[in-house]
Ligand binder design. Structure first.
Ligand SMILES: [Mg+2]
Length: 216
């Protein structure tokens, strides 16, 4: 199994549940990679490819069918402020940290998703729609519960799947509230080395890297 060395570019991709196409790709920089976490830095100004940046009505329609998914257009999305991501092996969530332009820590984010799979370019995951947002004092709330409920109502998710996603969210919240790892690991105070500027996506960022069947 390949580990990423500090300073290497790691492409984080989201893979659609409907048809295993690449819905977003983000070029991040490896901070460290060990049994506890793959830690990534996203400098301000990083440009990602994203096809979720569409109006809510179109967005709801675009996830409905594989054909619509294939027709979705990727647009550039620029991350205006720096952020950091911790991908925890085997966990159905990743932990994101947001900063302001001056690199002051502003809060946590629990992105509920399939446990990540390593690829030749970086890692692939599958976003589960529901998220948890918390401020710097770890006061949290669920995010996008309405969209999550709509997915269930339209048959895009099963009740069993959503129960598992909600449980992963509660696991994130329990660790957040307890202030245990990774929330007590000093990440809000981490600062990038000089010269860690935004990375570019490789030309083959859309390639099928075979992760789909492994992502649950
Ligand atoms: Mg999410």
């Amino acid at each position: 199994m390949r580990r990423w060395a500090a300073g290497e570019t790691v492409v984080v991709r989201n893979i659609a549940r409907s048809d295993d196409t690449v819905t977003s790709a983000l070029p991040a920089i490896a901070i460290g990679d060990d049994d506890a976490a793959l830690a990534l830095y996203i400098p301000a100004g990083t440009v990602a490819k994203d096809n979720y940046v569409v109006p809510p009505a179109e967005r709801a329609a675009s996830v409905a069918t594989a054909a619509a998914s294939a027709a979705r257009r990727h647009v550039d999305r620029t991350w205006a402020a720096p952020s950091l991501r911790l991908y925890l092996p085997g966990e159905a969530f990743s932990v994101w940290l947001f900063f302001d332009a001056g690199h002051g820590f502003t809060g946590w984010y629990g992105n509920l998703e399939a446990p990540f799979v390593r690829t030749a370019l970086g890692i692939d995951t599958r976003d589960h729609g529901l998220d948890v947002v918390a401020d710097a004092k770890r006061r949290w709330r669920w995010k996008d519960e309405d969209e999550f409920a709509a997915r269930l109502a339209r048959g895009l998710d099963t009740a069993e799947h959503q129960t598992a996603v909600r449980a992963a969210g509660r696991s994130f919240i329990a660790r957040l509230e307890a202030g245990t790892s990774p929330f007590d690991d000093g990440w809000p105070d981490w600062r990038p080395p000089a010269g860690w500027t935004p990375r570019d996506l490789p030309d083959d960022w859309r390639a099928d890297l075979g992760s789909g069947p492994q992502l649950r």
